[in-house]
Design a protein around this ligand. Structure first.
Ligand SMILES: [Zn+2]
Ligand SMILES: [Zn+2]
Length: 389
């Protein structure tokens, strides 16, 4: 089959690779009909995630048709059209029973590797380095889906791929980030990053009752989408002092909740930004927490800082004193996607949310190298790419 394969930093190629096979009774083989490139794939592309190996198949946002099933999967049939969540979860362990699917304790065969880095292991993830299991991803013609009786949900007739594909990750991710904010009537939420997760975080914050959402970015097309599609008030951090602007817009108090939808490769300005880039380049620091620092400093006393942005390792100069002294609550985590797929599918069916609005590019899987290039460089006003094999 054809698949988008990682060959090294900024080197993705579409190669011929062996077809996946059923390895366990609870596996399914899915023939991919649509797959997306995620902002977190760029951390792999840019070489910031350790334990990637030449030949790894990328992709954790995908959907398609079941073409083969193991004997242990009885709730799906060959021919079913499904969306697959990015964290792989067994459905039976302590964490799955708590609905903490992204930290399932049975799905990462490389748990020992993850324990060295993080103390304990999270769940396995499709196409996301050997630290999270070394699973082949779904930017391919076919993929093996473990625990297929737990994760994938059937897509009702009448919904297009574009409407439901993002149930695999970014829609639940934006929603979980907003849900973490304890939104009440009158709440003001600030969102750093107007990429796909940022857009869904803004829209979800309004769905959950926020009065105002303030969105922060520097790319005009992202700010425009945040204003016109997601209905946020926007701030360009190259034009205004964000902390001062947020104070002014909230009577001096600060937003009730702040969402960092940027993560480890934040583009920083001024002294701290340059300091982080140099340190990250020298491998003294794994992550550049510019947006996170600003979110922590800007949030009102007793507010919530919600972090859907991906971080890998160690953060430098994070103002933890502001967290303790001002009673901030930090909520974060890889998304427990399985928890949100059905309720969000219902919201899509009711027309409360239309995930397809953020798609700016459709292309063939064969064009994946070009897709990674323009998405990484924010070229051609690229916000979200959907590929079809
Ligand atoms: Zn993703
Ligand atoms: Zn589990």
């Amino acid at each position: 089959m054809r698949a988008a394969v990682w060959h090294g930093k900024r080197d993705v190629r579409v190669d011929n690779v062996p077809d996946p096979e059923i390895l366990n009774p609870r596996d399914a083989i899915v023939k991919i009909t649509s797959t997306a490139i995620c902002g977190s794939d760029l951390h792999l592309y840019n070489g910031f995630v350790p334990t990637m190996e030449k030949g790894d198949i990328l992709g954790h946002e995908f959907m398609g048709e079941i073409v083969e099933l193991g004997s242990g999967v009885t709730n799906l049939k060959v021919g079913d059209r499904v969306v697959v969540p990015f964290p792989i979860a067994c459905g039976n362990c302590f964490f799955c029973n708590e609905k903490l699917y992204s930290v399932c304790e049975n799905s990462n065969p490389n748990a020992a590797m993850a324990e060295k880095m993080w103390g304990h292991s999270p769940a396995g993830i499709f196409g996301y380095s050997h630290l999270t299991g070394g699973y082949a991803g779904g930017q391919a013609e076919y993929v093996r889906v473990p625990y297929a009786d737990v994760g994938p949900i059937k897509v009702p007739d009448g919904l297009t791929d574009d409407q439901v594909l993002f149930l695999s990750d970014i829609l639940p991710t934006g929603y979980m980030a907003a849900e973490a904010c304890d939104i009440k009537p009158g709440s003001v939420v600030a969102v750093w990053g107007c990429g796909p997760v940022g857009q869904f975080a803004i829209q979800s914050a309004y769905l959950l009752g926020a009065e105002r959402v303030i969105a922060i970015d520097r790319f005009p097309e992202r700010l425009r989408m945040a204003r016109e599609v997601s209905k946020a008030i926007t701030l360009d951090y190259e034009e205004v002092d964000i902390s001062a602007a947020l104070k002014e817009m909230t009577g001096g108090r600060g937003p009730d909740a702040c969402i960092d939808a940027v993560g480890m490769e934040a583009h920083g300005m001024g002294m701290m930004g340059a300091y982080d880039r140099v340190k990250q380049a020298m491998m003294n620091e794994t992550d550049r927490p510019v947006a996170l620092r600003q979110a922590l400093m800007s949030c009102r006393n007793g507010g919530v800082v919600s972090i859907p942005g991906v971080y890998g390792g160690f953060l430098d100069k994070v103002p933890f004193g502001t967290v303790m002294n001002r009673s901030l609550t930090i909520r974060t985590g890889q998304t427990h996607v399985q928890r949100y797929m059905r309720p969000l599918l219902e919201r899509i069916q009711k027309g409360e949310i239309d995930p397809a609005v953020i798609i700016t590019h459709h292309m063939s899987l064969e064009d994946a190298p070009h897709g990674y290039d323009i998405f990484c460089n924010k070229a051609d006003e690229c916000i979200k790419i959907v590929m079809k094999p």
